[in-house]
Design a protein around this ligand. Structure first.
Ligand SMILES: *Cc1c(COP(=O)(O)O)cnc(C)c1O
Length: 445
């Protein structure tokens, strides 16, 4: 993930497009996403602007389901809503049979508002407040993925006070290194997530004496942007042996939630095929007679979204440094490059620019931070002010991580599908940035 580890040259614009069939460079209209010219979206809705491809999203949802069907599995599919929480996204995926994995009370409420039934919502997260646990209990979610012994005891207290029974899955920390970026690894012993592998049996024993709990199974999620089968295989093998262990101690284990984490090719990575992921799950749990669940986020949503931006200015730099391209999109819109050193394809929208000779550029946003860099030494054609660019694979951990830093309103969100477009979330009003703020009356005195 870290830009410093790339040793191959950046893919060129043609290679980027060849790997993304729902993006097409038209000789007249320029870059089109699902048949809609990006220039038309910019003209109608301004920039910066998130564009979500509904057809791309549906296609990926179906491919993922088919990968599991081919492996002889039919897991419950819970979309990790934190990767893209747009209502249009949730409704699209719900129509494809996906529920949600929520990590806060806010996400549970958002899933409900999008029409997702409580029994299709799973609640994960390392710090669930009493109010959030109460909400989950009131609604009767599919299961609550508990992350500590303390949380389990607190859940028992809340559930019995409400006269309810919680369906509990324990999130195991399998102590497996997912070999991904440090900031998106979650399954090592010293990561904050999950319950240590060795503590699980005693906790199942303890739960027998705790009221308000129905112990249902185990969950594991070792990190994100994983493109090798081996870390999944290691983690799932540990969970499978734990299931056998628990059953030998007389505990019923009905559910294994395999988490998410499947990676994509942002640059020239060889992405793990979802069929290979499904195969590791079939191999580990196929003969265990458990109900399987998965929680994919990025794999579904990342390639279905892009961030459309406009060049504000270019800036010549001293000899030896690449010239700058200053966009109207910045780290407050797409935080991933500054947060994780992540690489996103950047493609000019206008037809001539797609075939022009390229030289290295540094692509930055206007935010007053040195880390507001979207790409370094990126081969791009000479772009003039007002030129449009598409920042690719921005559908996961993109708009959801936006802030209003530098008093920059949240960008508009548009969906496209088979030649149609609609704005589904208008650009935030500037006044909304300070709405509700007051100063105490005693300031005047
Ligand atoms: C973030 C998260 C996911 C989704 O991860 P992706 O890498 O986007 O697939 C799944 N489960 C849990 C518990 C998570 O926190």
């Amino acid at each position: 993930m870290d830009a410093a580890i790339y040793t191959t040259p950046d893919p060129d614009l043609r290679e980027l497009l060849a790997a993304r069939p729902t993006l097409r460079a038209d000789a007249i209209d320029g870059l089109c996403f699902e048949g809609v010219p990006l220039a038309a979206i910019a003209a109608a809705h301004g920039t910066p602007c998130w564009v979500m491809g509904v057809g791309t999203l549906k296609g990926r949802a179906r491919a993922l389901r088919a990968a599991f069907t081919d492996a002889g599995l039919s897991p419950s599919m819970h979309f990790a809503l934190k990767s893209n929480d747009l209502r249009a996204t949730l409704v699209t995926l719900a129509a494809e049979g996906f529920g949600c994995d929520a990590v806060s009370g806010g996400e549970i409420r958002r899933a409900r508002a999008a029409g997702i039934a409580p029994h299709h919502i799973v609640f994960s997260g390392v710090g669930k407040t009493d109010a959030e646990l109460d909400l989950a209990l009131e609604l009767g979610l599919a299961h609550i993925n508990v992350e500590s012994a303390e949380e389990l005891r607190r859940l028992s207290v809340r559930a019995s006070a409400m006269g309810r029974e919680a369906d509990v899955v324990l999130r195991v920390n399998p102590d497996v290194d997912a070999a991904t970026h440090d900031k998106i690894s979650t399954g090592r012993a010293d990561d904050k997530f999950g319950i240590p592998f060795g503590d699980i049996p005693a906790l199942f024993d303890e739960a027998r004496r705790l009221p308000g709990l129905r112990m249902a199974g185990l969950a594991v999620h070792i990190g994100s942007q994983i493109n090798e089968a081996a870390p999944f295989r290691r983690a799932y093998a540990r969970i499978a042996s734990l299931v056998r262990d628990l059953r030998a101690r007389g505990h019923a284990v009905h559910i294994v939630d395999c988490g998410g984490g499947l990676g994509i090719a942002y640059r020239d990575e060889i992405a793990l095929d979802p069929r290979a992921w499904a195969a590791t799950i079939a191999e580990a749990f196929g003969d265990l007679d458990v109900r399987l669940a998965i929680e994919p986020g990025r794999w579904l949503s990342a390639p279905a979204g892009l961030l459309l931006a406009r060049v504000i200015d270019t800036k010549a730099m001293p000899e030896g440094s690449p010239d700058l391209i200053v966009l109207d999109a910045a780290m407050n819109d797409l935080a991933r490059p500054s947060l994780y050193d992540s690489w996103h394809g950047i493609v000019p929208v206008a037809p001539p620019a797609l075939h022009a000779p390229c030289t290295p550029h540094t692509v930055v946003g206007p935010v007053c931070e040195s880390s507001d860099v979207l790409a370094r030494a990126r081969p791009l054609p000479r772009l003039e002010p007002d030129a449009l660019v598409a920042i690719l694979d921005a559908g996961a951990y993109g708009a959801v991580m936006s802030s209003t830093y530098n008093s920059r309103p949240l960008a508009a969100q548009v969906v496209v599908d088979d030649g149609r477009m609609a704005c589904v979330k208008p650009r935030q009003d500037i006044e909304a940035l300070w709405a509700g703020e007051t100063v105490p009356e005693w300031f005047a005195a």
